[in-house]
Design a protein around this ligand. Structure first.
Ligand SMILES: C[S@@+](CC[C@H](N)C(=O)[O-])C[C@H]1O[C@@H](n2cnc3c(N)ncnc32)[C@H](O)[C@@H]1O
Length: 412
């Protein structure tokens, strides 16, 4: 039987839900598929990961005991497809065939057929709430913003994220079918094939979530300023800084991610000095006018784009990340010219990596202050009470949400 997108999706689900691998570590499952099937397999896998909890509840009455993981993942995939409106005939047949040809589980193909026929009678999650975040993450978010806000975030995380483009200033992109967001990004419906849009090859825009795109306007780089992009790869913000006319040094410790940054610079024809180094060891030759520190973090603000995260991460890296973020803030402050400015940001939902990190930095550096300038188009309601911007997935929910971020502009 030729390998299909659905078979690859089940293999990736086995990797994430069985072996605790990130989706990016499961890409071997896509080998041999056409580009269209690879994209379909990734889309199907993400759809299932967004609905594992309601899917399992829907399946439970039809299963006397949990089947082996591969069979369960085949059932999950077919169930999610049925709920999302896919025609039952093709979905059920392929699921049954996949199990029938499985070297260990062929005997369970009858069970799969029987269960999916029951699901197909009423393919709906009914009144079930969207999938909940894992406890280690949900608890601090409920403590910070309350249950209704967290439920609203979970509702946004249950739907595919839109595709946002950051536009290069001064280029007329002339792209239709997109929403121009108040902050300047251009928003497309999920699944748009970006490389087919005009202006890709000429670097008139690049893909970057609307929330992520706000850190550079918050820093407000000026033409000719020396700006350090600290923790730069793969370079969405480096491109913004360079496009604003700054003299950019882009630094990151990860060589392979920096290859992507170099590719992005080459595609857009923008320039930056590229440094592969550990920021904890590196020293600049001269101080900077401005520094953007997009620090490594739990990435919990990006769950709608990376629905594998809640199944793979358990919060155990958090303490080390918080320590690293504080050390990076302290080093960056030492590299600023007098009167220079630093934007600290993380794509995290956790106050420990945002609001609390800012408070700790202000306590360690009494001369430091938060500058509450808003980036153009930003909603004043996004201001965090003690300074900085708190961006959440449930903001702009009616437009498709945004990534979770914390960002603050500091000066001394
Ligand atoms: C949130 S990502 C940066 C995203 C990037 N700013 C962008 O907009 O495309 C964090 C980055 O920090 C880098 N990093 C982690 N520890 C580092 C260190 N000690 N020194 C330099 N870079 C580090 C990681 O390799 C990763 O690329």
């Amino acid at each position: 039987m030729a390998r299909t997108a659905r078979a690859a999706a089940v293999d990736m689900l086995d990797g994430v839900l069985g072996e605790g691998l990130l989706l990016s570590q499961c890409e071997a499952a896509l080998t041999g598929l056409s580009p269209a099937d690879r994209a379909r397999a990734q889309r199907l896998t993400a759809q299932v990961l967004r609905h594992v909890e309601p899917t399992d509840r829907l399946l439970k009455p039809f299963l006397r005991k949990a089947p082996p993981l591969t069979v369960l993942n085949t059932l999950r995939l077919a169930t999610v497809e049925l709920v999302l409106g896919e025609a039952a005939h093709g979905v059920v047949n392929e699921a049954v065939n996949m199990v029938r040809h499985h070297r260990r589980h062929a005997a369970l193909s009858g069970l799969v057929n029987a269960v999916l026929r029951r699901v197909a009678e009423n393919p709906s999650f009914g009144k079930q709430p969207p999938q909940r975040l894992p406890f280690w993450l949900r608890k601090p978010l409920v403590d910070a913003w309350g249950k209704p806000a967290v439920s609203a975030m979970e509702a946004v995380q249950a739907i595919p994220a839109p595709v946002d483009l950051t536009l290069r200033p001064g280029r007329d992109v002339g792209i239709e079918g997109a929403e121009a967001l108040p902050t300047g990004s251009l928003r497309f419906a999920p699944g748009v094939q970006v490389s087919a849009l005009p202006g890709y090859a000429t670097g008139d825009w690049w893909v970057q979530d609307a929330a992520a795109a706000l850190a550079v306007p918050l820093l407000a780089p000026q033409v000719g300023e020396r700006v350090l992009d600290l923790c730069a790869a793969p370079g969405g913000k480096t491109l913004q800084l360079a496009a604003a006319g700054a003299q950019v040094t882009a630094l990151d410790v990860n060589e392979s991610r920096m290859t992507r940054l170099r590719d992005n610079l080459a595609r857009t024809g923008l320039t930056a000095e590229v440094v592969v180094a550990d920021a904890l060891d590196w020293q600049p030759e001269a101080p900077f006018d401005a520094i953007l520190l997009d620090a490594p973090c739990s990435a919990t603000g990006t769950i709608r784009r990376h629905p594998d995260l809640p199944f793979v991460k358990d919060g155990s890296e958090l303490e080390a990340l918080i320590t690293l973020q504080a050390a990076l803030i302290d080093r960056a402050l030492g590299w600023l010219k007098p009167g220079g400015r630093l934007v600290f940001c993380t794509c995290s939902l956790l106050p420990e990596e945002g609001e609390a990190q800012l408070a700790a930095a202000l306590a360690r550096h009494p001369a430091l202050r938060v500058d509450d300038t808003l980036p153009p188009g930003a909603d004043p309601a996004w201001r965090a009470p003690a300074g900085g911007l708190r961006l959440r997935p449930d903001y702009w929910a009616e437009r498709g949400g945004m990534d979770g971020f914390f960002m603050a502009r500091l000066a001394r």
